[in-house]
Unconditional design. Structure first.
Length: 302
């Protein structure tokens, strides 16, 4: 994105320093250690929180609305930031940045700001017209990095499943660096220069995406432990939804008096899995939370 150009020199120096640190001290964990740490501890990705942002362009991809061809992975190039801080920054300044992405990820959050049915501005004209785009925030510790990677890999895998896309590294899952190399419309090399700080790389990230993707496809759980019950809840925190009488699944929001109101500008795509962390009952109906004050009737579960 444009504002990253301001930080390119500093980022390059940090990358060189990080590589030297790995070589001289061996203190950074290697890539397999990061993935092993995530999987062995079954670090659970957080739910995707959708808060519609201020980006006012609603243009379909080159193949049409709701037809992305994959996901581009970025990093924010800002040490000490957070998904919430980036959300606020972009919602305030995107006209000046002339840039916007679908989602930001950190060690405890996945915040989506724009429907992935529509394109954004993050990686040059060609990639913008093809790809969903997500940015990972910079973490200071190995644990924080691992948790943010788990969230990022889940978001990518989830979107591939949601849009019935194949998991093909370098084709349906690309780094911004790969986009720059393929189309030459940008010069950015993220997230590779950030990953190297932790001895990590896109090959290892792709391996985790594939692990999550295959498990989501087969069991609807990132760790392959999904069990569907008659309420449509898979494992203990995933619900796959479908509206047999319509093209989408409606959402509701709980009001201050405890009643529900239909959400008019957002809905869930049919036959998609969603992480859910709470349930509520209203007038005999059980609702499952899929985002901040966005709930789905559990009877839509399949």
């Amino acid at each position: 994105m444009n504002r990253k150009r301001v930080l390119i020199v500093l980022s390059g120096l940090l990358t060189i320093f990080s590589v030297l640190l790995v070589i001289m001290t061996g203190t950074k964990a290697n890539a397999s250690t990061i993935n092993d740490y995530i999987i062995s501890n079954k670090i659970k990705p957080v739910s995707i929180t959708y808060r519609e942002g201020t980006f006012s362009h609603w243009d379909g991809y080159e193949n049409g609305v709701g037809k992305p061809e994959g996901v581009v992975v970025h990093d924010t190039a800002v040490d000490g930031d957070s998904a919430a801080a980036e959300e606020h920054s972009f919602n305030t300044f995107w006209p000046q940045y002339q840039a916007y992405v679908h989602a930001f990820v950190d060690d405890g959050n996945i915040i989506q700001m724009h429907s992935t049915d529509y394109m954004v501005w993050g990686a040059g004209p060609t990639a913008n017209n093809k790809f969903i785009q997500v940015e990972i925030c910079h973490e200071a510790t190995q644990d924080g990095f691992a948790r943010s990677i788990a969230n990022d890999a889940y978001y990518v895998a989830h979107k591939l499943v949601q849009y019935n896309l194949k998991d093909i590294p370098g084709v349906t899952v690309m780094s911004h660096k790969q986009v720059s190399q393929k189309w030459g419309e940008t010069t950015h090399i993220d997230p590779d220069e950030y990953f190297v700080r932790f001895g990590y790389n896109m090959d290892q990230f792709n391996a985790l995406v594939t692990y999550y993707y295959n498990n989501l496809k087969s069991t609807n759980d990132v760790y392959g432990a999904g069990v569907t019950n008659n309420a449509g809840v898979e494992s203990d925190n995933v619900i796959r939804v479908k509206n047999s009488n319509g093209s989408y699944v409606p959402l509701v929001a709980f009001q201050s008096d405890g009643s529900v109101k239909t959400v008019s500008n957002r809905a869930l795509a049919n036959n998609t899995p969603w992480y859910t962390d709470q349930s509520k009952n209203y007038n005999g109906v059980t609702y499952r939370r899929v985002a901040t004050n966005e709930w789905v009737d559990a009877s839509y579960g399949i």
